[in-house]
Design a protein around this ligand. Sequence first.
Ligand SMILES: Nc1ncnc2c1ncn2[C@@H]1O[C@H](COP(=O)(O)OP(=O)(O)OP(=O)(O)O)[C@@H](O)[C@H]1O
Ligand code: SF4
Ligand SMILES: [Mg+2]
Length: 335
Amino acid sequence: MTNSSRDMASLLEVDRLSVDYRLKGISLRAIDDVSFALRAGEAVALVGESGSGKTTTAMAIAGLLSPNARVSQGEVRYRGQRLPIDDDAAMRPHRWSETSVVFQGAMNALNPVHRIIKQIAEPCMLKLGMPKADAIGRARELLELVGIPADRGAAYPHELSGGMRQRVMIAMALACRPSIIIGDEPTTALDVITQAQILKLLAELRSRLNLALILITHDLSVVAETCDRVMIMYAGRIVEDGTVAEIFAKPKHPYTRLLIDSIPNPENGKKMIRPIPGDPPNLRSRPAGCAFHPRCPSAMGVCSTEVPVLDKFGRGRVACHLHRSSQEDKVAAHD
Ligand SMILES: Nc1ncnc2c1ncn2[C@@H]1O[C@H](COP(=O)(O)OP(=O)(O)OP(=O)(O)O)[C@@H](O)[C@H]1O
Ligand code: SF4
Ligand SMILES: [Mg+2]
């Protein structure tokens, strides 16, 4: 791990993590040499196009990798202790009590034939060993915490709106008092107003419970209000990491610039998302060198042969040959 990402006060450290998926006898690398640290109470967004490895990173941290995944390099530490992320049984005591995940599409995750109060009480009984009456009491408190009147606990999932169901998922994620919540596209299936309400709820819970938050999204425009820091992923690697203010005011990586340019901005007449030309690579055909080079407007000769290292740059990190330390003067001129 680089010095910039190591922090003695870190709650979570992801250290040079690589994960491969095995498909029909072939091993394909989904995330490659991913390193970052998260402090207690910090909110970080993980942003990138589809297939860039955001969910794989989240699942690795939470110990929820699919059976065909293999951790081929690196480790994850929680409060300095290495987590057994590739051992399902050994990971059981850690899951949901340290890091909890809120997925998109709450309807699929909730059991349609059980009342929601029962579904929230269940992890309290199973994980915290609470007697049923206490677990129901805790589930009522959790419902109130996420803005649902406790008496609505008698409802079945189909009787609630999409936003309410996502609030139930957040209540379940909080049941075992984790210190990290990962929201994997938690608002994607919701309308714009409900999206804003759920993001506001996550921000409130974060400050009330001192939760650290990893917010996974395709959509850079949602992170400004919710997060302190942004990490940009491309083809399984982190390519830029910086504060929200730095990333929006002075993006270093050409991909980050294009992501920001793609955000609609009615103030300057840009009403529609402007997609980045070209397609992200799939796992079988990752370009050599910088994986972004076939789409990069600033690509140089070296870009198709050498993988750029994620180096400290200013207060953040960037992986781009334009920003190698030896070239900082050239970059200053470029900016
Ligand atoms: N269980 C699996 N088996 C094989 N390949 C997988 C598996 N899960 C994910 N992948 C592949 O790994 C790569 C990274 O997937 P991942 O789901 O982490 O991306 P993502 O950034 O979360 O994308 P999205 O925005 O679409 O959710 C993709 O190419 C995906 O097809
Ligand atoms: S390393 Fe080269 S191709 Fe990759 S983002 Fe930087 S300039 Fe573009
Ligand atoms: Mg995903």
